[in-house]
Design a protein around this ligand. Structure first.
Ligand code: S3P
Length: 175
């Protein structure tokens, strides 16, 4: 199981699909699983049930997915703010795709499907999440670059190497 976390716009879904393709496993997005299970879009869930209710569904879904088959799993950007999610992530390989606030906003634009973008305190939300991201991540990869480059960086960080590069090894001097 490889879990991708990071703020909206970090490229978790795009990179996750590429990563799964390279590793020959399935890709699952926790938001897509929630939508499929409940028959409502994320925006509809926020609007009709509220964020707290969405966070409970999100935590349940992630817990279930983590117990399932080995996949590349991308989590919604706010998932790790829920303590129960942080708890079930323990022991998993969790890669933080790191993205700056301005870059994240530029990438997601005015997406009505992302209700958190309507928050006036979004910068504070972003700042508050950095600690949760850092606590959960077992590896951090910059999301700057093409999706293919970022995917290669993730694979390298996970020890899958990069075509054409040789992993650095300590130099052993033989006598
Ligand atoms: C959210 C991020 C979204 C989605 C929901 C809430 C957040 O996922 O889970 O809209 O709180 O940052 P992405 O990070 O995939 O956009």
């Amino acid at each position: 199981m490889i879990v991708l976390i990071g703020f909206m716009g970090a490229g978790k879904t795009t990179v996750g699909r590429l990563l799964a393709g390279q590793l020959g496993c399935d890709f699952v997005d926790s938001d897509e699983a929630i939508v499929a299970e409940h028959g409502l879009s994320i925006a509809e869930l926020f609007a009709t049930r509220g964020e707290a209710s969405f966070r409970r569904l999100e935590a349940e879904t992630i817990d279930r997915l983590l117990r399932g088959p080995q996949v590349v799993l991308a989590l919604g950007g706010g998932a790790v703010q829920t303590p129960a999610v942080r708890a079930v992530l323990a022991g998993h390989r969790v890669v933080l795709l790191d993205v700056g606030f301005a870059e994240a906003l530029a990438r997601v634009g005015n997406d009505a499907g992302r209700p958190m973008l309507a928050r006036r305190d979004l910068l504070e939300v972003y700042r508050a999440r950095q600690e949760a991201y850092a606590r959960c991540a077992t590896a951090v990869v910059s999301s700057v670059g093409t999706p293919a480059d970022v995917t290669a960086d993730v694979l390298a960080r996970l020890g899958h190497g990069r075509p054409g590069t040789v992993a650095a090894r300590p130099v052993v001097v033989e006598e």
